[in-house]
Design a protein around this ligand. Structure first.
Ligand SMILES: [Fe+2]
Ligand SMILES: [Fe+2]
Length: 442
């Protein structure tokens, strides 16, 4: 691939504070939310400032979920920030996604929802004309997918798989055919081509293979289609997670999926990607160094991660409601003690003996840390580490449940090993980092 460098910033989920979010309903919603909403503008402004300061890279790619939930007012504010980047010499290419259009937009205010002006799906391309759509060398009307030549001899195939008219999170045969034409045309014109897609093409972590909307539908077909047609790199978002994955097709071709987290919530990263003269692709992850907000004395990273860890714990606590019969009783028993349970208690209940190094740790807190760790990439809990030992011990105790569940999770007759999937999700065994990595492209 020819030399190029660009920033990838995604899932900015901007909410314009002119809409005055707040009140009981808003605060309640934030308890289980991964990302920050009121802070989004300040975070985006700070990152835009950093990008403007970098005189070596003038391309910025944003693959979707630009605003919170399709509010017209949020698009207006977000566009102002994009025009500021443009006025400072940056070329910005956006792809819109599911959170960018909404016929019944609302903002949480007081004790409920207050309707606000939404955004029609069909208006988005015109609204973002100066940020990719206007420069398109090819445009697919039904899905808003497009191709732009972002630099001399380098084209970006922006695959919109989150449009209103098409199956959500999927590339149907028509879109595959259109993409094939664009890839062939790029080759004919002696251009290199890479792809951008809101949904991850390769599941970010093994367990996401079991989660419907965590990756594009029929991901192996799509990954093979791209790789076997000479597309080696796809940049993705949507799952708010830092991951880099490789997939090899039956023909031996490779696709690299670089999935970047939401900018406005833990782990709150963006990336600078460079391809040099020797076709070495370098992925460098950047964090939010500062933003204009009262962080109560925390660093931005602590502010993001602490909130997300609490949100995970709140979600787990929520999941302990409901159920029937014995399940309801067990859930209720655990819920009442959830905040007080230590790792030691869990081990005693499940007769797990090994590793006493963190027995006094609060179990809920540990769940929060494991969760934030998964989304930050580079899962630290590899074989032999205390958390690995604990989780594998718990999974062993529940092996009878796993055996029952596994056949139900099988797809296309492929057997799954749920225990391995879960353990590979908490520990990165890929041999390269999810954050900073290098690959030699063709
Ligand atoms: Fe998102
Ligand atoms: Fe999304």
């Amino acid at each position: 691939m020819k030399p190029v460098s660009f920033y990838i910033v995604t899932d900015t989920h901007y909410l314009n504070n002119n809409l005055e979010p707040g009140g009981e309903a808003f605060e309640k919603n934030m308890i289980t939310e991964q990302y920050f909403v009121k802070e989004s503008g300040a975070i985006i402004r700070s990152v835009a400032d950093r990008i403007i300061q970098d005189k070596d890279t003038d391309i910025v790619i944003i693959p979707g979920d630009l605003v919170k939930n399709g509010e017209k007012e949020s698009h207006k504010g977000f566009l102002e920030e994009l025009y500021r980047l443009k006025d400072n010499g940056k070329k910005v290419y956006v792809l819109t996604a599911g959170h960018d259009y909404n016929d019944s937009a609302y903002v949480l205010k007081g004790d409920g929802r207050v309707s606000v002006e939404g955004t029609d799906y069909n208006d988005l391309c015109e609204m973002y004309r100066d940020f990719g759509y206007g420069d398109a060398v090819a445009f697919d009307e039904p899905t808003h997918s497009y191709v732009a030549e972002i630099s001399d001899g380098i084209r970006m195939l922006a695959i919109h798989c989150d449009s209103k008219e098409q199956p959500k999170g999927a590339m149907d045969n028509r879109l595959l055919d259109w993409s094939k034409e664009q890839i062939d045309k790029a080759k004919e014109d002696n251009c290199d081509i890479f792809a951008v897609c809101h949904y991850p093409v390769i599941p970010s972590v093994p367990v996401f293979d079991l989660v419907g909307e965590a990756k594009i539908k029929d991901w192996k077909t799509v990954a093979s289609f791209l790789a076997d047609n000479g597309v080696e790199l796809v940049l993705t978002g949507h799952m708010h997670i830092q991951s880099i994955n490789e997939f090899y097709t039956e023909k031996g071709n490779r696709l690299i999926d670089v999935c970047t987290s939401a900018l406005v919530g833990s782990p709150a990263k963006y990336r600078k990607i460079t391809v040099d003269e020797s076709s070495v692709l370098t992925v460098k992850t950047l964090g939010i160094e500062d933003f204009e907000w009262d962080l109560n004395g925390l660093t931005p990273q602590e502010y993001f991660d602490n909130h997300f860890a609490s949100a995970i714990i709140a979600r787990v606590r929520g999941a302990l409601n409901g159920g029937h019969g014995i399940v309801k009783h067990i859930k209720s028993f655990v819920r009442k003690r959830f905040d007080r349970i230590t790792v030691r208690t869990v081990k005693r209940l499940l007769f797990i003996k090994r590793d006493k190094s963190f027995d006094s740790k609060n179990f809920a807190e540990l769940i929060g840390e494991i969760g934030t760790g998964i989304f930050s990439g580079d899962g630290a809990h590899t074989e032999g580490t205390p958390v690995y030992n604990l989780i594998s011990g718990i999974l062993d105790r529940f092996s009878f449940v796993i055996k029952k569940v596994e056949p139900k999770l099988c797809k296309n007759g492929e057997k799954i090993d749920l225990r391995k999937m879960l353990l590979d999700t908490i520990g990165n065994n890929k041999g390269f980092s999810d954050n900073d990595a290098e690959f030699r492209l063709k």
